[in-house]
Unconditional design. Structure first.
Length: 218
């Protein structure tokens, strides 16, 4: 019994963060993102629709809520909304046709990060995650609107950055993120009704984001 208690105490000391270390992390990110690859099949003739002809640039705003298992490793969730700019031919058609076009990319998922304590106030970090994504473009003209949404899994995102500690609980610094995903469903909704279906010609796409992250460790 005594040995069992000693083993339990040892496991608890390793697995449970001590009071001197932050247990929760809340972070906010703001950046700019660029898309690559293809959205999926093109309704114009079965070919692929390049992301550059759908949403060329977006502004991701992300919230991270993490639980720190130890001073370096953290697990948690993220949620991101990113207003975007329609790209390529879609942007040209909107401009010349007098149509108001807006884009929005939404991502939610789980992630893990690891921070390297190489200095007191400079902390490099890396991370990875996965989740689900919605990519919408809404077109409005003369009181009518049509919104097209592609959605599917974000298989993997890899990320990293550097935190510069400003105070006891606050830090800020640059970050970069690269994600890989595939849309498998599409939906059209608006003034003329709603329809949805599977994407028959599935392709992959990427997002590359750079920006700044502000982080609070509690």
């Amino acid at each position: 019994m005594r040995k069992l208690l000693m083993v339990g105490a040892l496991i608890g000391a390793v697995a449970i963060p001590t009071a001197s270390h932050a247990q929760f992390t809340l972070a906010g990110r703001l950046g700019v993102g660029f898309g690559g690859g293809d959205v999926g099949n093109d309704t114009g003739g079965g070919g692929s629709l390049a992301m550059s002809n759908w949403v060329s640039v977006r502004v991701p705003m992300q919230i991270d809520a993490m639980f720190r298992l130890n001073p370096g490793f953290a697990l948690g969730a993220y949620a991101s909304v990113a207003p975007g700019v329609p790209g390529g031919d879609l942007s040209t058609n909107c401009d010349t046709g007098g149509i108001t076009c807006t884009a929005l990319v939404t991502r939610i998922g789980l992630q893990g990060t690891y921070s390297f304590r190489v200095a007191t106030r400079v902390v490099p970090w890396v991370g990875a995650g996965f989740g689900y994504e919605w990519n919408s473009v809404k077109m409005e003209q003369g009181g009518y609107s049509v919104k097209t949404t592609f959605k599917g899994w974000e298989w993997l995102n890899v990320q990293g950055g550097v935190d510069f500690r400003i105070g006891r609980i606050f830090s800020v610094g640059p970050y970069a993120l690269l994600s890989f995903g595939q849309y498998d469903k599409g939906e059209v909704s608006g003034s003329f009704g709603t329809g949805s279906g599977s994407i028959t010609s599935k392709t992959t796409h990427e997002w590359f984001d750079v920006g700044a992250r502000a982080k609070f460790d509690f």
